[in-house]
Design a protein around this ligand. Sequence first.
Ligand SMILES: C[S@@+](CC[C@H](N)C(=O)[O-])C[C@H]1O[C@@H](n2cnc3c(N)ncnc32)[C@H](O)[C@@H]1O
Length: 273
Amino acid sequence: MEEAIKIWHHGLVARWWAEFNEGGEDVEYFKRAILASGQPALDAGCGTGRLLIPFVRDGLDVDGSDAAPDMLDWCQKKLDSEDLKTQLHAQAMHQLDLPRRYQTIVICGAFGLGGTRDHDLEGLRRIRAHLRPEGRLILDHHIPERSASQGELAAGLSAPAADKSTGRRSLQPWPEHGDHRRAADGSDLDLRVRLRNFNLATGIATREICVRQFIDDREVATETYEIDICVYSIDALRGLLESAGFSEIRITGGLEERPVHEGDSLCVFHATR
Ligand SMILES: C[S@@+](CC[C@H](N)C(=O)[O-])C[C@H]1O[C@@H](n2cnc3c(N)ncnc32)[C@H](O)[C@@H]1O
């Protein structure tokens, strides 16, 4: 499996993450999970370090890995700015090959991205191989049955419409207004996302992102990327973890130590090597 995965975490998108994605209640949740499950830990799909940097700042022994070099560049810059040290590895999960073995591996918002179900299975096998005996994987999961993806499944049944200006076919048009924010250097970034395609046969949603940069209201850059997202039900993801060899799979609801409830859109998988 040497082919590139399709993710959108490059260039201005990576910059958007670095500038605007900070904090969140999951940071404390995963920190407590690492303290309970043990160190050293790996944050796989660490991105620009939203979780990793607070972990390292708090003295945890956590390395980071990610498929997107641009995300890791931002992460390294942030680490350097605080004189924090850890190991960052530019590797996709299905190609993970690191020198260290971990007591805990956390994956937050980074599973099922960029490839196929085969990539994901291989990714979980590699994650498992990087755990110490009795080591734990802690993986958050947005439940498609109870989130916007259900609408996407329905949308996948209808034919994509062609974009008037570009002729590209897409299930959704670009939203009329983007998320518009001022960046640290004083330029403005505008981000829009749309669903391009949902493949009912493979269960893969393709989303498209466009970030435009403005200086004094003049557009100076536009970057557009796509990402493939494998959509998993809770049962399908449990099955994938079992196929990868994990045992004692426990699923908790929200970011709490309790079973999954009817209204939950997020759950967390805890699995032992
Ligand atoms: C939504 S961001 C989450 C980043 C970070 N975990 C957080 O919660 O802020 C997803 C990250 O996963 C990375 N990623 C996507 N697919 C990946 C893969 N197959 N292997 C490794 N990293 C991947 C992306 O490059 C991106 O940095």
